[in-house]
Design a protein around this ligand. Sequence first.
Ligand code: GLA
Length: 732
Amino acid sequence: MPIRFEPSCRQFRLRAGGTDYIMAVAPGGYLAHVYFGEAVPDEDLTALLRLDENPFTPETNDRDRAVYLDTLPLEYPCYGIGDFREPAFKIRAADGTSACDLRYVSHRITEGKPEIPGLPATFPAKDSPCDTLEILLADQKTGLEVTLCYTAFRELDAIARSVRVKNNGSEKCTLTRVYSAAFDLDRSDLHMITLNGSWARERMVERCRLHHGKQSVDSMRGCSSHQYSPFAALCEPCADEERGEVFGSCFVYSGNFTILAEVTQHDAVRFVMGINDADFSWELSSGEEFCAPEAVLVRSSNGIGGMSRTFHDLFRKNLIRSQYVDRPRPVLINNWEATYFDFDEEKLLSIAREASSLGIEMLVMDDGWFGHRDDDNSSLGDWTVYEKKLPSGLGSLSEKLRAMGMELGIWFEPEMISPDSELYRLHPDWAVQISGRPMTLCRGQYVLDLTRREIADHVWEMMRRVLDSAEISYVKWDMNRQITEAASQGLPAGRQGEFWHRYILAVYELMERLVSRYPELLLETCAGGGGRFDAGMLYYSPQIWCSDDTDAIERLRIQYGTSLCFPCSAIGAHVSDCPNHTVGRSTPFSTRGHAALAGTFGYELDVTRISAEDRVQIPGQISDYRKYGGLVRSGDLYRIGDPFTDGQWDGWIFAAKDGSQALFAYFQILGRPNRRSRRVKLRGLDPKAYYFEESSPERRFSGAYLMNCGINIGGLWGDFQSRLYHFIKCKG
Ligand code: GLA
C-alpha cells in the first residue's frame, strides 16, 4: 500500500511515485513533519526530528515546552501555544482568544479520494490512481476537530492536501486562518521561484534565494490575479530545467491566497499555503464544518522541467474534467482584436466566410453583443441580444454560420454589472458594496454579489436563456475587474469576513451549473487576459485565456512562465494582428503561428483585412495544428531555451511519451551580426532509437546524438524568426 502507518514509531509514510512524504506523531501528540524527498526504504526516520536534542520533549522537560514547539518541524502549526513561526491555523474562540492546540486523535487510510464539497479538486483516474490518508487532530478546549487529508498519487510525485474543520464543541467558534498546506524543511539553502506579473505581462518567472524572515506572494483582489500566481517552488540552488531537487506547490483555488516561506532561527524553512486570511473569518456553530481548498505538492529530482511535467500530467489526468482535455479543439477565430465593439452581423459573417474558406471552424463573438454595449461603459448584466448589431438574433447567426460549416462561440462576463444597465436600474443593491461608502468603479463596472442566492439564480437564468436560444458550442467566461468594498447584504455584521470565500464558492457553483447542463460546451475562462489562470479554473474549463498580450515574442515569456505549472493544452493562444495591439511589434505571421501552436491555437484578427501573403499561410498553420496538436496536448514539455535570461532565443520541445516523435520549435528573438550557428541539445527522445527530421528523411540521428551532441541551428535572417523541426523515430 502506498500509504502506511508504522505503529512502533507512530510514523506515516506516503509514497507518491518516487517520492516519500513522512510524518510522525511526536511526543505530546503533535503531528510532526519528518521527511519530504526521494523515496527511501521502509524504516524508522523519526531520528530526523532530533527529539534527543535540546530542548527535549514535554515528557522529559515540560518546563521548556515552548522551545520544543518552536523547533519541532510541524505539519499543521497552530497559533498561540509556543510555536512562534508562521502558523497555518488560527481561531477566535467563544471567549475571544486566538490560541488553539491541535493534537493527534486517529487516522484512516482509504483507496481513492473523497471530493471536497463545493470546491474544485483533483480526483482519482483509472490511469492515475491514488490513495488517501486522513489524520484527525483535535483541540480539547474548543472541541474543534481538524482533519488533514493527504492524497498520494501512485504514478506521480504528487500529493494533494486539504483540511476540514468541524466544530464538535458546544460553543460557536470563528476560524480566522485555515491554510491548506504547511510543512517544515530542515534546510534553508533553497531558492523560491514565483510567478509575478501585471495585465498583459502575466506569470514572469522570478527566482530568489530564501533568507531569514518571511518571503511571500499573495492576492487580496478577489481572484488569483495577474500580479502573483497561486504557485511557488522551492528548489536547490543548483536546480535548473533538468537537474536538482524541486518542491512545487499549487493552490487549487481562484480567490485570495497566501504563499509564504519563512527561514527560521535554526535555518529551517517553514512553507505555508492557503486562503489569504486578510479580511477572512468563518463562523462555525456547534456541529458545523468548513472545508479549505486543496493544495497540490509536487516533488522532482529532475529539476524544474521535471516538476512541470508532473504538474502537467496530474492536471491533465486528475484535475481537468472536460472531455476536451485531450481532444482537438475547434480552430476558432475571435473577433475581439478584429473589431472590438464595432461589429454587426454582416461584419461577423464576412469574417466567418473568409475564415471558413481557410479551414477555421468556429467564430467566437466576443464582448459587445448584448444590451446596448458599444463600449465598455454599459450593459453588463443585461444578457439580451443587442438588436442594432444582431437584428435577427443569435439563432439566425448560428444558423448562418452552420450553413458555412462553422460553429458559434460567445463571450460572457456573468459576474459583473454596469451602472448603465437595466439590471442596475432595477437592482442597484445587487452590486457588491459597503453601505454608506462610495463604490469603486473598475473598467466602469461593479461586481455582482453572487453570494446571494437570488442574484446567482438570476444570472444563471439569463445565461441559460441565451445558451438555449441558439446552437452555441463555446463560451468565453470573462472577469474584468477586482473586488473592492467587499461585503454582502446577505451576511450579518459578524460574518462579513466570509464574503471573499463565499464569492468564489458562488462562482464555482455557477460554473458547475454551466458545465453540467451543457456537457458538450467548450468553456474557456478568462479574467482581463490571464488574471485567473489557476488550477481551480481548470476543474471547470479545459482552457484559460493566457494573456491579453498576443504578441508572439511577449508570449514566449508569458507561456514559458505559465507552463511552469500549467499544461500547454490549457493555454489559450491565438495568432493576432500586426503591428501588435499591445506592444506595437511586427512579427512574421509564421512566428505568430508557431507561438500559438504551444497552446490551444486559434486566430484573433480580421482575416478579410490581413495581407494576402499572411492569409495564404492559414491553411498550412491549421494543418500544423492538426498534426502536432496531439503532441502538445499529451506530450512531455521540455523548455530548452530561456527567454528570461538569454533573451536571444527560445525553444521548446513536445516529446511523445513513447519516444516515437518530438516537435521542436526554435525562436530567434533578435538577428545578430557575424554569428555562427547555435548548437541546441534536444530532450525527451529515446537515446537508443534513431530519428530523422521530417524535412530531410535521408539523414538519421540517434536519440543519444540529438540529446548529447545536439543540432546546429543556422542563423535565421531577421528578428523574430522561428522554425519547427519534427523528429520521427525510424522504423525497425
Ligand atoms: C478581456 C479579455 C479580452 C476581451 C475583453 C472584452 O480583456 O481578456 O480577450 O474578451 O475582455 O472586453
